[in-house]
Design a protein around this ligand. Structure first.
Ligand code: NAP
Length: 329
């Protein structure tokens, strides 16, 4: 594909706009179309971001012949049906995190993409940020020795908004699926696979979703991740990897930003500022476009088997809490 890659945007919510701004930094990306449940929202979003083709309904977007790849940015309970819809219309898909509500749904979507030989990727944008790329290089080169611990918090206070998506069960609310997933995905990346044992605890708030929770994961070889996440408590959002010969501290935010500090035994500590291009979301979009141009069906930075493995860990972390979502019953 040597012409510009034509993006369609499925839904007109908050992250959809941020992502479109991220695409603006890529000259070879064209935002061609947007689809919304309502014509009004599609038109308003189209006006705001100068998108020429506006569709009332997601199906019309999925069927648009002027679109190569669709960014699914709806709420998590709808990711499965929305991603399947796009794949069934022959479109490549980048799907927001959490990829789906649970592993069973994720397996369905991945199987459909594989059957149709279409590109599919989870939009875990942190993976593609230059600071995360650097962390992976250090881990691969053994710069801090063997990673032994990963500690991370991701907590903020969304406020008393029971109808907002963060707290509402129908919208896939709760800390695990909104922000805990970043800590769990990062832990999979640090230790190179899935945990062999785990335990977790959560406090379910008045709307029945986890407003705060913690998980302790043990990986093959003995690596341990201690993770805390919350949507009603400002926990901070830093992460630290402790290895046998040093540590990597990613602060103030391990899931976004640019700053990472390396401390290796016997050497002065060094802080690096690795500013991403555009608004950071640009990096994951660039990866999708690289894959499409090279005819790849998945990214080797965020492979589908790893997405499935992360979804299984999320299910296992949530299981003891008795928290299920309406579409799971
Ligand atoms: N990567 C990141 O940094 C990041 C950041 C924030 C959120 N996210 C993820 O992105 C997804 C969307 O989050 P958001 O913050 O953008 O949410 P949001 O602002 O509430 O927007 C969600 C959109 O989903 C669509 N939707 C489809 N069915 C819906 C329903 N039954 N009720 C309400 N909305 C429905 C709506 O679009 P239409 O009305 O146009 O159809 C709505 O605008 C979530 O899965 C979230 O985890 C990722």
């Amino acid at each position: 594909m040597d012409r510009p890659i034509r993006w369609g945007i499925l839904s007109t919510g908050s992250i959809a706009g941020t992502f479109v701004n991220g695409l603006r930094a890529l000259p070879e990306a064209q935002v061609t179309a947007v689809g919304s449940r309502t014509r009004e929202a599609a038109e308003a979003f189209g006006d705001k971001f100068a998108i020429p083709r506006r569709h009332a309904g997601y199906e019309a977007l999925a069927a648009d012949p002027e679109v190569d790849v669709i960014y699914v940015a709806s709420l998590h309970p709808f990711h499965k049906e929305n991603a399947l819809l796009c794949l069934r219309h022959g479109k490549a898909v980048l799907c927001e995190k959490p990829f789906t509500l649970n592993a069973r749904e994720a397996e369905e979507v991945v199987a459909e993409a594989r059957r149709r030989r279409l590109f599919l990727m989870e939009a875990m944008w942190t993976r593609f940020l230059p600071m995360t790329v650097r962390v992976r290089e250090w881990l691969r080169e053994g710069v801090i020795g063997e990673p032994r611990f990963f500690q991370a918090n991701f907590g903020f206070d969304v406020g008393e908004r029971p109808e907002g998506r963060h707290l509402k069960r129908d919208s896939g609310g709760g800390a695990l699926l909104d922000v805990g997933i970043y800590t769990i995905s990062y832990a999979h990346m640090v230790f190179g696979g899935a945990p062999e044992t785990l335990s977790s605890a959560a406090h379910l708030g008045p709307t029945g979703v986890d407003v705060q929770a913690g998980a302790l994961l043990r990986f093959p070889g003995g690596g341990i991740a201690q993770l805390s996440f919350a949507v009603r408590t400002g926990l901070g959002q830093a992460g630290t990897i402790y290895g046998t010969r040093g540590r990597i501290r990613i602060e103030p935010t391990f899931w976004k930003g640019s700053r990472v500090t390396l401390a290796v035994a016997g050497k002065p500590e060094e802080t690096f500022d690795l500013t991403p291009p555009g608004n950071g979301y640009t990096c994951e979009a660039a990866e999708v476009m690289r894959c499409l141009r090279e005819g790849r069906l998945e990214s080797d930075v965020m492979p589908l088997d790893e997405t499935l493995s992360i979804m299984r860990t999320l299910d296992a972390v949530r299981k003891p809490w008795g928290l299920t979502y309406p579409t799971e019953q």
